[in-house]
Design a protein around this ligand. Structure first.
Ligand code: NAP
Ligand code: MG
Length: 491
């Protein structure tokens, strides 16, 4: 690894310790080793960062032509690509995410900056047909200062997915990475500076949610908050953002249904069913954690899953042959264990897994065996709550209506998948499932050009796609009377 670690905050183009002098420790969840001590920002640091972002917005950033902004963003994409191997390893070491996944993340991170770099001069408004002698046009204006708060599961992708569209739309940004994974966001700041992004346009304030995060969400100098994280914290963010009526997008939790009909390609469906819930140890918002299987194939399909689970390799995340790496922390491992306890207590049948893995893995890491529960009813805790670990709950269904009833028996609505060879059903079902994204005969595919967002308590707003950048703009309408039509009363 050749990248030097950055451990201070990045505020107004300078590497700055926290005003309090405090730091916090960040670890490698795969080994338990300490990686670095990082500045623990609080309200004072956030205030400085927001003030710097405001100056940059009022100053150089608004003066740059959209095409030039695009060139800068594409330069950042090139620098991400040039440092991809180091950045993938950094995220793998800080997040416990297998290297086979972070290598893909790095392709995506660079693509995000390229895609939004290409959009800076394409966020067009409209000219609307109105009566003769008038014109009405709409303009996409940036909000101003965007506060971005992100989780630990895909650290660099999350940072890029907030920063790139916000910057493309002409905003400046203050980013708070998750306390567990602050390192790659700081490297991103360094690459942005190297690309020539003016000081203050992107600021990174590592720290805790209750301090730095809350201070950012409340700060009345912030015009919009873009948040990805749990539904629970999403509620707090909504309240904090109400002070000055900030713009808001919330990408929250999920409890995705994955529906398998008897007529599906069962080999593909089994591969999908395992990948969706066990890749990155199940710590993925879009994980298909509720497997809803047609009763006639239920037992055979479970057998197929168990056989394949035996071939999953669990271990040190930086080993390229590993499929399943480490959970983010000991607390997360204990949380997953407690859900397994609830699953058993409420009548779930443990098919495989069910506990931590301690053999042939580094002693200080947090490894958990891929776990499958059968005989699950929709009211059970493991079917309702987001576990964020490698735990699959299997429910049986009889007929299409029953499948839909089970799929929609959740407060969440992020993603869903359907496996069937019946073309009519494949067209019908996505419209009946409450979710922001539905995959048919595939699962967990994302693309920078394709918008994604939650329904229900999975949040609102979209990321990715043109819509992802439009979400960082407000529409302004400008009316003009160019025929000098009389106005108001002839008094
Ligand atoms: P989290 O606990 O909600 O934290 C997310 C971020 O919010 C972190 O940076 C956190 O800081 C910060 N935060 C915590 N309390 C805060 C407060 N009172 N005010 C302001 N900020 C606060 O989520 P997580 O555990 O990091 O990530 C897992 C969750 O993210 C899951 O629910 C998952 O489904 C969701 N997620 C959703 C998507 C999506 O696109 N919908 C994608 C990925 C993950 P700390 O790091 O200090 O806690
Ligand atoms: Mg947290």
């Amino acid at each position: 690894m050749t990248l030097s670690l950055r451990t201070n905050a990045f505020i107004d183009g300078a590497w700055t310790p926290a005003a309090s002098g405090m730091t916090f420790r960040t670890y490698n969840p795969g080994t338990g080793e300490v990686l670095a001590d990082v500045a623990a920002c609080d309200r004072e640091d956030v205030n400085l960062a927001v003030a710097a972002a405001r100056r940059a917005f009022d100053g150089p950033w608004s003066a740059i032509a959209p095409t030039a902004r695009g060139t800068l963003l594409r330069q950042i994409a090139s620098l991400i690509r040039a440092n991809a191997a180091d950045l993938a390893l950094l995220d793998t070491r800080n997040a416990g995410r297998p290297i086979r996944d972070t290598r893909n993340d790095l392709v995506r991170a660079a693509d995000i900056f390229d895609f939004y770099g290409g959009l800076t001069d394409k966020l067009r408004g409209a000219t609307i047909p109105v009566p003769p002698g008038y014109s009405a046009i709409t303009i996409h204006e940036p909000y101003g200062v965007v506060g971005a708060i992100i989780p630990w599961n895909l650290p660099l992708v999350m940072a890029c997915l907030k920063a790139a569209p916000a910057l493309a739309a002409g905003n400046t940004v203050v980013l708070k990475p998750a306390e567990q994974t602050p390192l790659s966001a700081l490297v991103l700041a360094e690459l942005c500076q190297e690309a020539g992004l003016p000081d203050g346009v992107l600021n990174v304030v590592p720290g805790f949610g209750e301090t730095a995060g809350a201070a950012l969400a409340e700060n009345t100098g912030v015009d919009k908050i873009a948040f990805t994280g749990s539904t629970e914290v999403g509620r707090l963010i909504m309240q904090a953002a109400s002070g000055n009526i900030k713009g808001l997008t919330l990408e929250l939790g999920g409890k995705a249904p994955n529906i398998v009909f008897a007529d599906a390609d069962l080999e593909m469906a089994a591969r999908g069913a395992l990948f969706t819930v066990f890749h990155h140890q199940g710590q993925v918002c879009a994980a298909g954690t509720r497997l809803i299987v047609e009763r006639s194939i239920h037992d055979a399909f479970l057998g197929l899953l168990v056989e394949k689970i035996g071939r999953i390799k669990i271990g040190l995340p930086e080993d390229p042959s590993v499929h399943v790496g480490a959970l983010i922390s000991r607390e997360q491992l204990e949380r997953v264990e407690s859900y397994v306890g609830k699953g058993l207590a409420e009548g779930g049948r443990l098919v495989t897994g069910g506990g931590a893995l301690r053999d042939k893995v580094p002693a200080g890491g947090h490894y958990f065996r891929p776990t499958v529960f059968a005989d699950i009813a929709p009211e059970m805790t493991v079917a309702r709550e987001e576990i964020f670990g490698p735990v699959l709950s299997v429910l049986a269904f009889d007929g299409e209506d029953d499948a839909i009833r089970l799929a929609n028996s959740t407060l969440y609505g992020l993603t869903a998948a359907v496996w069937t060879r019946d073309a009519g059903r494949a067209a019908r079902l996505p419209r009946r499932i409450r979710a922001g994204t539905v995959w048919t005969n595939m699962i967990n595919m994302m693309n920078v050009a394709v918008p994604a967002g939650g329904h229900g308590q999975s949040g609102f707003g979209n990321e990715y796609g043109i819509e992802g950048a439009e979400g960082y703009t407000r529409l302004k309408t400008v009316w003009t009377n160019f025929a000098e039509h009389p106005v108001g009363w002839a008094l």
